[in-house]
Design a protein around this ligand. Structure first.
Ligand SMILES: Nc1nc2c(ncn2[C@@H]2O[C@H](COP(=O)(O)OP(=O)(O)OP(=O)(O)O)[C@@H](O)[C@H]2O)c(=O)[nH]1
Ligand SMILES: [Mg+2]
Length: 471
């Protein structure tokens, strides 16, 4: 334990020296982390951001682009040889090809380097030539941040807490039924261990589908190339006394510790600790559509996710970071093209309220934060339709299921976010006076003018907040 933290710290300090030197004497690097829970819109966000930085016609909100100071933008080989490359070309092909469709779900961390040649602004503009700024974009699942909380827990504590929390959940009944029959003091039996782990993973998947967000260990949902390995073959069991040698309890404990040291820590050490700027994407509209419980769960997940950005929260992580911290965090509600722009300020207000607790803490820790609502790829157009003598602000697009064109009115979001978050916090079963519809649209067929990236909403404002000051 001690040895591994010292080693981690050494790696980290060697790296930060490297970063600083290349930053000062050579070419500055911005490492932008893009995260969010499953299906929050990470892949579409990165694809559209890169396409719109390569072709900047729709980026007036990015000041350097507006001032014409970005002379060139190009993709380059990324610096990390062991991280999969973000498959930009395939994702862009999916979104903007002749039969546009949404990209496939992604299951692991990936990275892409975009380099920008920028002329300096202001006083320096006459004195200095253009310089190159590298933007390393890292896509990783928000679920992995939730695992940070596991580092503070022993297997016994984790087991107790987890079983208590999920015992009453309908989705956990099958697993709970099995667990009640388990004798932790019996000898380890691999078949039983696998069976329990499978049943626990099935519960986590079902819980996720129901809208629960407290679905850790994160890798049980997104195992990637760890599927089937012992570090992922454990489950909470009803433990009472300290574990004894060769028992099921002892083996479960050992695997839980392996998960922490071999899965959770390497992610924080190799990826998280190197991020300078972070965007956290949130499918707030999707949660509102699912109902108050999903909204409350999402709010809690945000608080937990953001705990990772609060230095001091975890001793191991603080030591790893050595005072380095994320400088800016953007909280973005995605898929805003499901709403007419008249409702966008309300979605932003909900986003601000949803992340207030987390943002207050981040601000306290020195990171600059902002909230906005955006659509990385706009799939709809707007129209006002008369209905029962009222003008309804609608959006129109082609439906994902049938391909038919349809206009859609999702319902009016409240002006005061507490009208949503209040009932959610109080455990309401449904929304009182409104129903919020949600319709899945397919990406629209595009004909892009030369120099224009794909259509979006406020992606330029997001880019300005995240990297504008460094261009
Ligand atoms: N209308 C609209 N839908 C979007 C937008 N961005 C994402 N979506 C929808 O959200 C889904 C998920 O988007 P992704 O970018 O794949 O989300 P992700 O976070 O990468 O998902 P995972 O890789 O599964 O974790 C897409 O398939 C679309 O249906 C957007 O800007 N507009
Ligand atoms: Mg993805």
């Amino acid at each position: 334990m001690v040895i591994s933290s010292i080693a981690d710290t050494l790696v980290r300090s060697a790296e930060s020296v490297g970063d600083t030197i290349s930053g000062t004497f050579f070419e500055p690097v911005i490492r932008l982390g893009v995260t969010g829970l499953a299906r929050s819109g990470k892949t579409v966000f990165i694809t559209s951001l890169v396409a719109n930085l390569l072709d900047r016609g729709r980026m007036p909100g990015l000041v350097a682009a507006q001032e014409g100071r970005i002379e060139a933008a190009y993709l380059q080989p990324q610096p990390d040889d062991t991280v999969p490359r973000f498959d930009y070309e395939a994702h862009l092909g999916a979104l903007t090809g002749t039969a546009p469709h949404w990209p496939d779900s992604t299951r692991a961390v990936s990275e892409l380097r975009l380099s920008l040649r920028v002329r300096p602004s202001g006083l320096l503009s006459g004195l200095q030539g253009p310089r190159t700024v590298h933007l390393d974009i890292v896509d990783y699942p928000g679920e992995w941040l939730l695992d940070l909380a596991l580092l503070d827990k022993s297997y016994d504590n984790w087991s107790k807490e987890t079983l208590e929390r999920i015992a009453g959940r309908e989705t956990a009944q099958e697993f709970m039924g099995r667990v009640r029959e388990v004798d932790p003091t019996a000898s380890h039996d691999e078949v039983l261990a696998q069976d329990l782990a499978k049943s626990f993973a099935a519960y986590l998947k079902a819980a996720r589908a129901r809208g629960y967000y407290d679905c850790t260990p994160g890798r049980f949902l997104l195992p990637g190339d760890l599927a089937g390995s012992p570090a992922l073959t454990f489950a909470p069991i009803p433990v009472e006394a300290p574990s004894r040698r060769r028992t099921l309890h002892r083996e479960m404990e050992r695997r839980f510790e392996a998960y922490k040291s071999r899965v959770v820590k390497p992610f924080f050490r190799d990826h998280f600790s190197r991020i300078d700027r972070q965007v956290v994407l949130v499918d707030a509209l999707g949660a509102i559509h699912k109902g108050p419980k999903a909204v409350e769960d999402m709010r809690r997940a945000m608080v937990d996710i953001l705990a990772a950005f609060r230095p001091g929260r975890n001793a191991w992580l603080s030591q790893l970071l050595l005072g380095k911290r994320v400088e800016k965090i953007l909280f973005a509600a995605t898929k805003a093209d499901h709403l007419h722009h008249l409702q966008h300020p309300r979605l932003t207000a909900i986003m601000e309220a949803l992340t207030r607790e987390a943002r207050d803490r981040a601000r306290f820790a020195g990171a600059e934060t902002a909230a906005l609502s955006l659509a990385a790829l706009r799939a709809t157009t707007e129209e006002i339709r008369a209905h029962d003598g009222q003008d309804l602000p609608c959006v129109r697009g082609s439906l994902l299921e049938s391909g038919k064109q349809a206009a859609f009115y999702p319902g009016a979001l409240p002006e005061d976010p507490s009208h949503l978050l209040g009932p959610a916090r109080d455990g309401a079963e449904g929304w009182l006076d409104a129903d919020y519809g949600f319709m899945a649209f397919a990406p629209a067929s595009l004909t892009l003018a030369p120099g224009d990236g794909p259509p979006h909403i406020r992606l330029d404002r997001a880019a300005q907040f995240l990297i504008g000051d460094r261009l």
